[in-house]
Design a protein. Structure first.
Lengths: 110, 110
């Protein structure tokens, strides 16, 4: 079965420090992976998409098929990066529902 | 910009009541989804629909049903609300696997 694992429920970093939010997946096919983000009092929105490399706010993530990982990276954390982050996997190609991880709350400390 | 609108931001209902959560999208998307969002559990798929009058069960459909009479509207129904259905409910529509979320309905069942 497809599964997305985000091992950290909460991650706290200091402003200006690099950030890595971990995401591991299990899927036998060719995965399509996403990061979604929810800022305080805002709706959930797409942050980054693997296939199209579409991203916002300077985030990057590299798909590592050997380690089945798709970790999100930011070189310098800003206070406005504090949010809930979800990694998600598309089950198959086409319009199938995404499988989400349980999320990681990032807190950036000034 | 895609707009996904959920009719209520907050709802308080009593155990046993029939509850309707409404969602409307304005981009003629065929695919619509209902998720619930719980701390520590992430987003879990309840039901989804690929077309009018079509519905598919997600991962946690028990206690829920849905209705899609028009393309733009996807309703989630709690036939007999229970306290364990207290949660944040998120509606989404999608094109090319990019999900657009509503702002959510926080349902409390007392």
């Amino acid at each position: 079965a497809q599964r997305v694992t985000q091992p950290e429920k909460l991650l706290s970093v200091f402003k200006g420090a690099p950030v890595e939010l971990k995401c591991n997946y299990s899927y036998s096919g060719s995965p399509e992976l996403f990061w979604y983000v929810q800022y305080s009092r805002q709706r959930l929105q797409l942050l980054l998409r693997h296939i199209s490399r579409e991203s916002i706010k300077g985030s990057t993530a590299d798909l590592n098929k050997g380690e089945t990982s798709f970790h999100l990276k930011k070189p310098f954390a800003q206070e406005e990066d504090s949010a809930m982050y979800y990694c998600a996997l598309s089950r198959n190609s086409g319009n199938t529902p995404l499988v989400f991880g349980k999320g990681t709350r990032l807190s950036v400390i000034a | 910009d895609v707009k996904v609108t959920q009719s209520s931001r907050y709802l308080v209902k009593r155990t046993g009541e029939k509850v309707f959560l409404e969602c409307v999208q304005d981009m003629d998307h065929e695919n619509m989804f209902w998720y619930r969002q719980d701390p520590g559990l992430g987003l879990r798929l309840i039901y989804f629909s690929y077309d009018v009058k079509m519905k598919e069960k997600g991962d946690i459909p028990e206690g829920y049903s849905v209705s899609r009479e028009k393309k733009e509207r996807f309703s989630l129904i709690l036939e007999s609300a229970s306290t364990n259905q207290t949660s944040m409910y998120l509606c989404a529509s999608t094109v090319n696997e990019k999900l657009f979320f509503g702002s959510g309905t926080q349902l409390s069942v007392l």
